[in-house]
Design a protein around this ligand. Structure first.
Ligand code: 5GP
Ligand code: ZN
Length: 112
C-alpha cells in the first residue's frame, strides 16, 4: 500500500484524535466551514486519495464504510440528509484524502 503523503491535512486530522465518532478504521469530524446546520465528514483512517480509488477497499471494508456513514448520520440525530463525495478537482474535491460529506438540517445545499 502506498505511504500517505506526509502533508495530508486529513491524515493529520485522523491522527489528532478529536473526532465526533470513530470505529472500525473510520472517523467522523465536523467540517470546519459547514455548508448546512449539520455538516460532518467521514474519512477512512488510512490514506486513500479519492473515491476513484474505491477499489483499494475490500468488499468488507467498503461495506463497513457505508454502515459507518449511516451510523454517523443517525448519531447526529439526522433522519433526512444528503451524502456527497466530490471526486477530483473538476468534481469539487479540494482535499485529496477520501471523505464523505454528511449534510443535514437547515441550509442543506440543493441540487436542481
Ligand atoms: P472537498 O471540497 O474536498 O469535497 O471537501 C473538503 C472539505 O474539508 C471542505 O468542506 C472544507 O470546509 C473542509 N476542511 C478544509 N480544511 C479543514 C480542516 O482543517 N478541518 C476540517 N474539519 N475540515 C476542513
Ligand atoms: Zn491522508
Amino acid at each position: 500500500m502506498p505511504l500517505p503523503p506526509d502533508d495530508c491535512l486529513f491524515c493529520r486530522i485522523v491522527a489528532a484524535g478529536d473526532h465526533v465518532h470513530a470505529a472500525d478504521g473510520f472517523v467522523a469530524v465536523r467540517d470546519i466551514a459547514p455548508a448546512a446546520d449539520t455538516h460532518l465528514l467521514v474519512l477512512p483512517e488510512r490514506h486513500v486519495d479519492t473515491f476513484r480509488d474505491v477499489a483499494a477497499f475490500s468488499d468488507e471494508e467498503a461495506g463497513r464504510m457505508l454502515r459507518f456513514i449511516a451510523e454517523t448520520a443517525a448519531r447526529a440525530g439526522l433522519t433526512d440528509y444528503r451524502v456527497v463525495v466530490n471526486v477530483g478537482p473538476g468534481g469539487g474535491q479540494t482535499v485529496f484524502h477520501l471523505h464523505w460529506h454528511v449534510l443535514g438540517g437547515a441550509r442543506l445545499p440543493g441540487f436542481h
